[in-house]
Every structure is written in C-alpha cells, then in structure tokens.
Design a protein around this ligand. Structure first.
Ligand code: BES
Ligand code: ZN
Ligand code: ZN
Length: 503
C-alpha cells in the first residue's frame, strides 16, 4: 500500500565544491550578498564566472526560498543558488524548507545525483549535526509525493535521488552523518505516515489500517495487537462500536508496543484518531465539507509513523501506540442523535451530533491508555473544524492538563518546526457539555468548540498528564508548498519523536 516512500538517500562526504561531478550542485546563499563569498570563488571559476555575474546583475537576491539555476558548460552541469534569507533570521526550519524547495525543483529538472552545500553550522545557533538533520528532513519530506495512482510516468517525481552533503573535512563529515541518520529516521517515519493518510477510503478502511499496522510492526520489530468488533464488544468499548456501527467495515482498536528498556513501566502512550472516512453519519456533512475527510485518519497514521521511527531510533523508553479506527457512515445501523453511549470508562455520553465522533472513539482509547498508568498520554486528532477557524493551517492546537508536559511539547514543536499554539481546556468548558440524561453530551455549542472537545477528552484520563494536539487544520494541505507536496503533511510525527527523544 505505502508504495515507495524513501526516494532520497542522503550521504555526507568531503569534497571541494569545484570538484563536484554530478547533475546538480545546490548552494545555500544568504540574502543581500554584495560579492561572492570566498568559499565559492573556485566553484565560480569552474562555471566560467557565472555565479559572480548573477549576483552582480542583482538577478539573485538570496530571499528565502528563491532558487536560480546556472548552467556550467564545463564538468559541472548545473549549479543552483538557493536563497536562505537573512543570516540573523536563519533557523532549522528555514534550512528544512530551503532544502525541501531545492530538492523539489531538482526533481522537476529530473536531476539524478545531487550535491548540497547549505551552511552546515551557524556558530552559537545551529551546529553541524542539527543543520544536517534539518537538511535531511527537508530533503526527504520535500521529495515525497502521493502519485501511485497516476498512470502517466512523466507526471510523477522520478525514482531514487542520491544526495551528498559536501564538507571540507572529515570532522565535519562525521557530525553530518549523525544528523543525517536521525533526520532520515524522522523524515521517513513522517513519509510513512503520509503515505497511509493519503490513501482514500476505498483503499484504507479500519481492517486495512490494522493490516498495515501488523505489516509495519513485523517489519520494524514492534508488538501489535488488533481488537476486532467482537472483542471490542466483550471489552465494552461502547464508543468505538457506536461510531463504527454504521459502516460495513467494522471498527478496530490497534495497539502497538515498543519496549526500549527492561523495566515494565510505560513512559508514554500515544493515541491517534483514525476515522478512515468521516461522512458525519446521520448528521451528514454538507457536500462541500466532505472532501478531504479521508484525512480524518491522520492522527492514527501519525502513530504508525511515530512507532516505526521509534523502533529505528532505539530509544531507552517504553511507549505504547493506540489507534481507535472506525468509519463514520450513514446506514440502518448507524448510531443516532439522542443515543446514549456507554464508553469503556463507564461514563455515559448523550449523542447530540454524530459528526462529533472523534471524541467518542478517543474516549474509549484514552481510558484504555490511562489503565496502563503511563507517565504521560499524548493524543493527536483531526478533531474540530473550530480549530481550523481559530488557528488556520499553520499551527496545531495544543491542549494539556499539565504545564510541564505542555512545555516539553512546545519545545519539541520548536525543535521540529511543527508549530503548535496552546489553547485552554479547563473544567469550566465542561459546563457546556452537561447532559440532562447522561454524564455528558458530545457537543458543547459553537463557542470554543476546540476547547470543549479537549475538556471532554481530559475526562477520560483520570490523573494522568495528558496533552491533546488538534491537527484538523494542519494534517493535510490542499495547496502544494514550495517545500512540500499536496495532501497529508504527516504532522505531528516529527514533533512527537523530538519530544520522545528529549525524555
Ligand atoms: N473530522 C471533523 C473535524 C474536521 C473538520 C477536521 C474540518 C478537518 C477539517 C470532526 O469529526 C467533526 O466533524 N467535528 C465537528 C464537531 C461539531 C459537530 C461539534 C465540527 O468541527 O464541525
Ligand atoms: Zn465528524
Ligand atoms: Zn472526524
């Protein structure tokens, strides 16, 4: 199913820029350079002075993501200058985006072997290892696109692309290799998640997702348990069963385990919403709101990316991944408005809107996670349209019942470039969810729709520190970015992995 996701192989080696032999040499350049930097003089000679010419004419200003190719004529076929923006503003995220944009352009040029020379460090800010991790992430995430159903080969991005990061000495190269190793694991984990999230509902239903989880678990050495609908009934997982009941494809609960240390205690449970298609159910979505609802499984797909990458990182922690998977459909067996659902925790929920289904399946999954008594639970879900209205597509909503956990996630967001914004989810929001006939209703009105949803989720974890990441606005993108293809973004795979790496 996942097709080929590793299309970019990144390596580091010692080489002078002028001695590069390959299809394309990409050079990162800061904004507003008056003259050619000293490190580029030999290269400039090798391409007949064309780089200096370009700068002199003012045709390349070095603005962030500006890309200009120069044709060498000699042994170096092409050199591409990639604008980094102003030096004082450089961050790991800028490096990621420039690398992604450059490699996407290289793909359009059908370039094969590529050499790369971005600033490999910025004293006091970014060291060589971090820089090469960021470059690698940008390259690998930038190159992925969902094209396995497109018949026309010319419309697809080409096959494998070897990329070499060039450095002056062996010392730097060995630092670069460390960053490349980590960046490759994180970015490939993210692409693995994207490759599944991009699949439409007629390819991935709850069973197919469970089969994919099993396949990945075998490949990466994780343990995997799948609970089918009969087992879910025995376990009294009333929430998942209610939401999944309207579909011919019955729901599943997928549990993946990574054991990185001897002791049995669980450090973190990560939980991801996997609605393989969200029609809204009996409260059917209007036509315009249905497209893109294959991405309602993005949280669950992120768990697959996180757990597989975690196995490759070999961190010395114990982590469990929990994916409640269901399809929210309309049929004679659908759950209805007014239904009262008894969730796994024993708490009852009056259904007011069958389209607020994410919190119902998550209530079972979170209560199940809390039973393991982990040090923290992090869930990720395309949960509310209200979050898209509040934050748009640039930042995910972050909610937490614990400040320490929240701060750690904010740092990981900073490190990964996958931005979050903290929003409130305190108990007063629960007032809006009161029911006259059950413990809660599943909606709390339009006001603060993301906050009421998050407050609802907190009710199912007991005292366990819990963070909820609402990725409704960030999980997928309708427009291609210079540095990333359309479709699933794979967020927050790298964010959560940075958090786990920081423990
Ligand atoms: N999957 C949607 C949330 C969503 C909306 C994700 C837009 C991505 C883009 C969720 O299940 C949903 O439909 N939520 C409702 C809740 C409402 C009925 C309280 C919403 O946000 O409208
Ligand atoms: Zn919904
Ligand atoms: Zn949904």
């Amino acid at each position: 199913m996942a097709g080929s996701v590793s299309r970019t192989v990144v390596k580091a080696r010692v080489a002078a820029l002028a001695a590069f032999r390959g299809d394309l040499l990409i050079i990162g350049v800061y904004q507003d350079l008056k003259r050619l930097p000293r490190q580029l003089t030999d290269l400039d000679k090798a391409v007949g002075g064309r780089l200096a010419e370009l700068l002199k004419l003012g045709d390349f200003e070095g603005k962030q993501l500006q890309l200009t190719a120069v044709y060498g004529g000699g042994k170096i076929k092409r050199v591409m200058l990639a604008g980094l923006g102003e030096k004082k503003d450089l961050t790991a995220e800028t490096i990621r985006r420039v690398a992604g944009a450059a490699v996407r352009r290289a793909g359009e040029l059908k370039a094969g072997a590529i050499g790369f020379s971005l600033p490999l460090a910025l004293p006091g800010k970014i060291d060589a290892e971090l820089a090469s991790q960021a470059i690698t992430e940008g390259l690998i995430v930038g190159r992925y696109s969902f094209d396995e159903y497109i018949s026309d080969d010319d419309a697809k991005s080409a096959g494998k692309m070897p990329v070499s990061l060039l450095a002056d000495d062996e010392g730097t190269v060995s630092k670069l290799r460390k960053g490349i190793k980590i960046g490759t694991i994180l970015a490939e984990g993210q692409n693995r998640s994207r490759a599944i999230a991009n699949q439409p509902g007629n390819s991935v239903n709850p069973q197919a997702l469970a089969a994919e989880a099993r396949r990945l678990a075998r490949k990466f050495g994780l343990s995997c348990t799948v609970f089918d609908d009969r087992k879910l009934a025995q376990m009294k997982m009333g929430g998942i069963l209610a939401v999944g009941g309207g579909s011919a494809s019955k729901p599943r609960l997928i549990v993946l385990r990574y054991k990185g240390k001897r002791s049995a205690g669980i450090d973190v449970v990560v939980v991801g919403k996997a609605i393989t298609f969200d029609s809204g159910g009996i409260n059917l979505k209007p036509s315009g709101a249905l497209d893109g609802m294959k991405f309602d499984k993005s949280g669950g797909c992120a768990i697959l990316g996180i757990m597989t990458a975690l196995a490759e990182l070999r961190l010395t922690i114990n982590v469990v991944g929990v994916i409640p998977a269901a399809e929210n459909m309309v049929s004679q067996t659908s759950y209805r408005p007014d239904d009262i659902v008894r969730t796994y925790s024993g708490k009852t929920v009056e259904i007011q809107n069958t389209d607020a289904e994410g919190r119902i399946i998550l209530s079972d999954a979170l209560a199940y996670a809390a039973e393991m008594k982990p040090a923290a639970i992090i869930d990720m879900a395309t949960l509310t349209g209200a979050c898209v209205i509040a934050l748009g597509n640039h930042k995910s909503g972050l909610f937490a019942n614990n400040d320490d956990l929240r701060k750690k996630i904010e740092s990981a967001a900073q490190a990964s470039g996958e931005a979050v914004w903290h929003l409130p989810s305190s108990d007063e929001y629960l007032e809006q969810m009161k029911s006259k006939v059950a413990d809660f209703r599943n909606v709390g009105g339009r006001e603060g729709g993301s906050c009421t949803a998050a407050a609802f989720l907190h009710q199912f974890v007991g005292e366990v520190p819990h963070a909820h990441i609402d990725i409704a606005g960030t999980a997928d993108s309708k427009e291609a970015k210079p540095y990333r293809a359309v479709g699933s973004t794979g967020t927050p795979v790298r964010l959560v992995l940075e958090y786990l790496r920081s423990l």
